[in-house]
Design a binder for this molecule. Structure first.
Ligand code: 13P
Length: 252
């Protein structure tokens, strides 16, 4: 049985003090029973938010990480740094990074491998564009992205991997994938994971849906057999985030 994971992706929102004010206002409403709740916040808010969440079971995550341990990489953050800060999760390969910052399947893989080496759980984002969906290429795109991302990932580390299926056309658009579209894609990803790691391991890997998740549509999406929670953008920065988290218990 996979434990539900509800991950918020704040993207580039909230100054550190605003971040603390926000988590202080929502934390007592967030029900973490039988599910994992993670807030992926900007680097500069990691420690303040972590401090503000002390005494709760809400965890923090980063939104990216570099693929080297240290060195001349101005502006970058390494997995060793996140590990020392006891940050357990990191988003890797978000479509915004792929589109706007030149992230490639190769660097997604390098980041995932390095994150795993340092004991972090990479939340690896995959998903097709609208053009690719309309051309019936969704499965081809997912097959390629998943294969690249997981290249050389050791079987014994695979359970730490989280895959987030985020169709690009659904991100920040209000155009949520239908429940069937989301489940079909996540079920396909499960097949890819079974091919890669074998069924016993693949059945333990969590697959999230992301793209215009709201308190209204979350419960139905999260009730699907292959959707193990959500990667939530806009709705994770709203006071009603607790309602999205609540929906994460529908499959118990
Ligand atoms: P929205 O929930 O705002 O559509 O963003 C989804 C996302 O990009 C999460 O990583």
């Amino acid at each position: 049985m996979r434990k539900m994971l509800i991950a918020g992706n704040w993207k580039m929102n909230f100054t550190p003090s605003n971040a603390v004010g926000f988590v202080n206002s929502i934390k007592s409403n967030i029900d973490t029973a039988k599910r994992d709740v993670v807030l992926c916040v900007p680097y500069v808010a990691l420690q303040p938010v972590k401090d503000a969440l002390k005494g709760t079971n809400i965890q923090v995550g980063a939104q990216n990480v570099h693929y080297m341990d240290d060195g001349a990489y101005t502006g970058e953050i390494s997995p060793a740094m996140l590990n020392e800060m006891k940050v357990p999760y990191v988003i890797i390969g978000h479509s915004e990074r792929r589109e706007k910052f030149g992230e490639s399947d190769t660097t997604v893989n390098l980041r995932a491998l390095r994150a795993l080496k340092h004991g972090l759980s990479p939340i690896i984002c995959v998903g097709e564009s609208q053009k690719q969906r309309l051309a019936n290429r969704t499965e081809d795109v997912l097959r390629k992205q998943v294969a690249f991302a997981l290249d050389e990932v050791k079987d014994e580390r695979a359970e730490k991997v989280v895959i987030a299926y985020e169709p690009i056309w659904a991100i920040g658009t209000g155009m949520t994938a239908t429940t069937k579209q989301a489940e079909d894609a996540c079920a396909f990803i499960r097949i890819l994971l079974i091919e890669r790691f074998g069924a016993p391991t693949a059945e333990k890997i969590r697959i999230l849906y992301g793209g215009s998740v709201t308190p209204t549509n979350a419960a139905e999406l999260f009730s699907q057999p292959n959707i193990d929670g959500g990667l939530v953008g806009g709705a994770s920065t709203a006071p009603t985030f607790d309602q999205v988290v609540k929906a994460g218990l529908c499959c118990e």
